[in-house]
Design a protein. Structure first.
Length: 320
């Protein structure tokens, strides 16, 4: 069975706050540990990922000066991150069409704002074109010995479900609107990439709650409708073990609870057990729908650090 990490692009999405960036980083580390060159792409702010892996530092350009948003940041051997500023990508595209006007002047102008309002989805399609170009860099670099080869794998740390589906649906919309010209051909290229199971994989990230699982199922239906694709895996983050069977729960209930500490410990144990049982019920709900579920255990620590992400990466690498 071909590994998900063998694709050219992995799109990671799900409900906001479930740990999409954590999983995207872990997938990138898993790919890097197998000798691939991976890049995690975030549409918007990028500071979270370098901070998560303990590499908070500015990207540097060739002269050693701090580079603008849009430059790669090295996270580990074989792994880097890149942020895409949708406004800047759109401004750069307009500048190509309209002359040598700076991106800052364009994005601050009322004309630019009117254009964005009149062309909903323009940011999304041009961001996806940028992602497509990253997936093609290695092929374009073949035969150019002095140029660095592009990434083997691009991991798109996509927005939450609704926005992600709008972004993934933008190529079809623009291909239909602009039947000829560069934006039409670029849209078709992106659409083909997203529909191709040999090149692109889809991962949903959820937690074991009814709302997060419902949004995962919404993402699945959106992929089916827009791209004719299925989720390759669902990563259920922060899962708790089922610690007690019924006999052990009865023993807990029989403990003398006259002491305050014993009473508190018993209540805490029962609460964790019930939360874990609820999570497992939601995981079973996903599996009944035929989805491939990968569990990431809850990390009992105040903040995730690089070592935690490495452990998650090892777990995903074995499962994939």
């Amino acid at each position: 069975m071909t590994s998900l990490l063998d694709r050219r692009l992995i799109v990671v999405s799900g409900k906001g706050g479930v740990g999409k960036t954590t999983v995207a980083a872990a997938l990138g580390l898993a790919a890097a540990r197998e000798g691939r060159r991976a890049i995690v792409v975030k549409v918007g702010e990028r500071r979270q990922l370098p901070a998560l892996l303990g590499t908070e530092q500015p990207a540097l350009n060739g002269s050693g000066q701090s580079a603008e948003n849009g430059s790669e940041v090295k996270l580990a051997d074989g792994l880097s991150s890149l942020s895409i500023d949708p406004d800047r990508v759109l401004a750069d595209w307009l500048r190509v069409l309209g002359g040598r006007v700076s991106a800052r002047v364009l994005t601050s102008s009322s004309t630019f704002q009117y254009f964005v309002a009149a062309a909903p989805g323009a940011r999304e399609i041009l961001s996806m074109v940028k992602v497509f170009e990253l997936t093609e860099e290695r092929r374009a670099a073949r035969g150019r010995r002095r140029e660095r080869a592009g990434p083997d794998l691009v991991i798109l740390d996509a927005p939450a479900t609704g926005h992600a589906l709008a972004m993934l649906g933008s190529p079809r919309t623009f291909a239909a609107l602009a039947r000829v010209g560069p934006i039409a051909s670029q849209s078709r290229n992106v659409q083909e990439l997203l529909e191709d199971p040999a090149r692109t994989g889809y991962v949903a990230v959820a937690q074991g709650t009814e709302m997060a699982v419902s949004e995962t199922l919404q993402l699945r239906e959106g992929l089916r409708h827009q791209l004719g694709r299925e989720l390759d895996a669902v990563v259920v983050n922060a899962t708790l073990p089922r610690r007690f069977d019924e006999r052990e729960l009865q023993r807990l209930a029989d403990f003398d609870s006259t002491h305050a500490a014993v009473h508190s410990a018993r209540l805490a144990a029962r609460a964790v057990h019930e939360r874990g049982r609820s999570q497992h019920n939601q995981i079973a709900r996903l599996r009944r729908r035929g989805l491939r579920v990968l569990r990431v255990p809850f990390m009992f620590q105040a903040e995730l650090d690089r070592a935690s992400i490495e452990r998650i990466a090892q777990r995903l690498r074995r499962a994939l």
